[in-house]
Design a binder for this molecule. Structure first.
Ligand code: RRO
Length: 310
């Protein structure tokens, strides 16, 4: 079934050749890996979907507690639970008629593993892959690779050599200079950069004196990190000429527009779904459309990076 995505001529956007009916995407890690759930997101009006990160082998992730609510957001340390790409290909295949781009988030413990997993995902029908070079709390993958510009370059290059679909690179804010990571990704041929993953953080129970997450450390998402995302997108836009996908704390059309003015061509929604449900995609799109009309713009592409204009 083709989804009834939210679409109007002035919301349509192309990113790295992917045609999206509107600039909203489901962020990776939200709502799991089941095809049935991902289909409901398409039906709710998202412009594209990014899956939970998958690797070569299945993994059950960390023990509970893995997610807690904190001031202005969530703290999670799921630990990359996933069925492994070989099982996940069935879900990818069954989403062929979804009507919007399906982007498979991929992780690995070496550039070769990223490339192998990406190539299986693309072969199964993924429209693009998003390399998770930014998970803040799993040893040997994510940010441990993605904080080193040289490893970013090697990883992106090895994936680009193996797949003929767009390669997105999701960067970490847990670094002194995100623009160095963006430059490395761009120099290796990244087709888009997603900014940002969660911010490394922690919570402690004052009664038991213990860290609350089983893994002790986790990633902070939600409203608290939106200004960090805006800063990162703004800096990346000034540094590289690659489409940017803004992610981090977006709860409303106003947040989406802010990220686009900073330089994002599209935006991802994650934590806010817990509060607003899937209707958030339609309400963000409606809000952007009303904003474009009020400000006299003909197309959403006209507002991308507008905050940089002198
Ligand atoms: O699974 C996780 O614990 C996780 C991942 Br892969 C990620 O990229 N970001 C995050 O906050 N959690």
């Amino acid at each position: 079934m083709v989804s009834e995505s939210v679409s109007s001529h002035n919301l349509r956007i192309q990113i790295a050749g992917l045609d999206m009916p509107n600039p909203t995407m489901l962020a990776s890690g939200i709502l799991g890996v089941s095809a049935e759930t991902l289909r409901t997101v398409a039906e709710a009006g998202a412009g594209a979907i990014v899956t939970k990160s998958v690797g070569l082998k299945p993994s059950s992730g960390y023990p509970n507690p893995t997610v807690i609510q904190v001031e202005c957001g969530f703290l999670n340390a799921m630990g990359l639970p996933n069925p492994g790409i070989h099982r996940f290909v069935e879900e990818i295949k069954s989403l062929k008629d979804i009507g919007i781009p399906l982007i498979v988030s991929v992780f690995g413990f070496s550039p070769e593993e990223y490339a192998e997993t990406s190539s299986i995902a693309v072969e199964a029908g993924a429209s693009a892959v998003e390399l998770n070079l930014s998970c803040p709390h799993v040893k040997g993958t994510g940010a441990e690779i993605g904080q080193d510009p040289n490893m970013v370059r090697l990883t992106v290059k090895s994936v680009k050599d193996r797949v003929d679909k767009p390669v997105f690179v999701k960067l970490t804010p847990n670094t002194a200079n995100i623009t160095e990571l963006a430059k490395a990704a761009a120099s290796a041929g990244a087709d888009a950069i997603t900014a940002i993953n969660t911010v490394r953080a922690m919570a402690i129970d004052v009664e038991t004196f213990k860290p609350i997450l089983a893994n002790k450390f986790g990633g902070l998402s939600g409203a608290a990190i939106k200004p960090i995302a805006v800063r990162c997108v703004y800096e990346i836009y000034e540094t590289v000429n690659v489409p940017i996908i803004g992610c981090g704390g977006i709860r409303s059309w106003r947040d989406a527009v802010e990220l686009m003015l900073a330089g994002a061509s599209a935006i991802q929604v994650g934590s806010a779904i817990a509060f607003e449900g899937l209707s958030i995609f339609k309400s963000i799109c409606d809000g952007i459309e009303t904003y474009l009309k009020r400000k006299g713009f003909r197309s959403v592409s006209e507002i991308i990076g507008l905050a940089h204009k002198k």
